[in-house]
Design a protein around this ligand. Structure first.
Ligand code: NAD
Length: 294
């Protein structure tokens, strides 16, 4: 049994902490929101009075927070409380610079640290089937792997500190672009009188095949579990896609990379979000694509 502190018990962190309890770990947690604390308590997490109090004496500390500024601020508060040699993992999706700043705080205090953003959404967090993309040295990754295995099914060591965030940003840029491409293809098919099922049957086994089509199809019917069959209820909200595509654009500017389709995808999702659809699943972008034709 490992003593684990879990800070940030929201939509993702709540069920992830619950899975650590289920795996037999002793979990102490903290969040700013009463409802999140109550839900975590009901799943067996002991609620501490502050982030620092939950981190004190823990073997492993995990953060799952909205953005880089929250992670750097919380790590600044808690790192001095954590026992030297312990492990700290950030599972939030944040910018690479903040991730490296956080690693620097941990390293100065003699802690092992890993950035480990996730793919798989709330469903993956609940069912312990997340993919973790990890950045950090080999010793820190080896210590983190067994803990992450209680919350996910695939744990990938991507490289040095910040590499997990880099992988997450690149992957989600592919996802944002490919979902628009699939939406455009269905919107064009509709105009051409081609049925959704016919396009799906061809493209799902042809060169147009991709995850956005075969696992998360943006029209109802061909993939019964996709959010299109459920009024585009998230799933993965469009506002979070804007966040990830913006992180990709910021990273591209800072690194001198050129990502024209990533930029265009960011602009389309921003417009969808600005029209009041930030809470709609990101596959709902097909509605925005159709509306552009009118
Ligand atoms: P959320 O807003 O539901 O949860 C974040 C939690 O952090 C909130 O409960 C908030 O109260 C808490 N928090 C903020 N500041 C805090 C502080 N100083 N101390 C303690 N708690 C604090 O968000 P979420 O959907 O759980 O996402 C968390 C992270 O995971 C984000 O970085 C997001 O981009 C990423 N992510 C989300 C999904 C998804 O489908 N929701 C998928 C992959 C990755």
């Amino acid at each position: 049994m490992t003593t684990i502190a879990f800070i940030g018990l929201g939509n993702m962190g709540g069920p992830m902490a619950a899975n650590l309890v289920k795996a037999g770990h002793k979990v102490s947690g903290f969040d700013l929101v009463e409802a999140s604390k109550a839900a975590a308590k009901a799943s067996g997490v002991t609620i501490a009075d502050s982030a620092a109090a939950s981190a004190k004496g823990a073997d492993v500390v995990i953060t799952m927070l909205p953005a880089g500024k929250h992670v750097v601020s919380v790590w600044t508060d808690i790192v001095p409380e954590i026992t030297k040699g312990a492990l700290i993992i950030d599972c939030s999706t944040i910018d690479v610079d903040s991730a490296r700043t956080a690693h620097g705080l941990a390293s100065k205090a003699g802690l092992l640290s890993v950035d480990a953003p996730v793919s798989g959404g709330v469903g993956g967090a609940t069912n312990a089937t997340l993919t973790f993309m990890c950045g950090g040295d080999a010793k820190a990754f080896a210590a983190a792997k067994p803990v992450l295995e209680a919350m996910g099914k695939k744990i990938v060591h991507c490289g040095d500190p910040g590499a997990g965030q880099a992988a997450k940003i690149c992957n989600n840029m592919i996802l944002g672009i490919s979902m628009i491409a699939v939406g455009e293809a269905f919107a064009l098919a509709e105009k051409l009188g081609l049925s959704h099922q016919a396009l799906f049957d061809v493209s799902s086994t042809s060169s147009g095949q991709c995850w956005s089509l075969t696992s998360y199809c943006p029209v109802p019917g061909p993939v019964p579990a996709s959010p299109a069959n459920n009024g585009y209820k998230p799933g993965f909200a469009s506002a979070l896609m804007v966040k990830d595509l913006t992180l990709a654009q910021d990273a591209a500017s800072a690194a001198g990379a050129v990502t024209p389709l990533g930029k265009h995808a960011q602009e389309l999702y921003k417009a969808f979000d600005a029209a009041g659809h930030g809470g709609v699943d990101f596959s709902g972008i097909i509605q925005h694509v159709r509306a552009m034709a009118k």
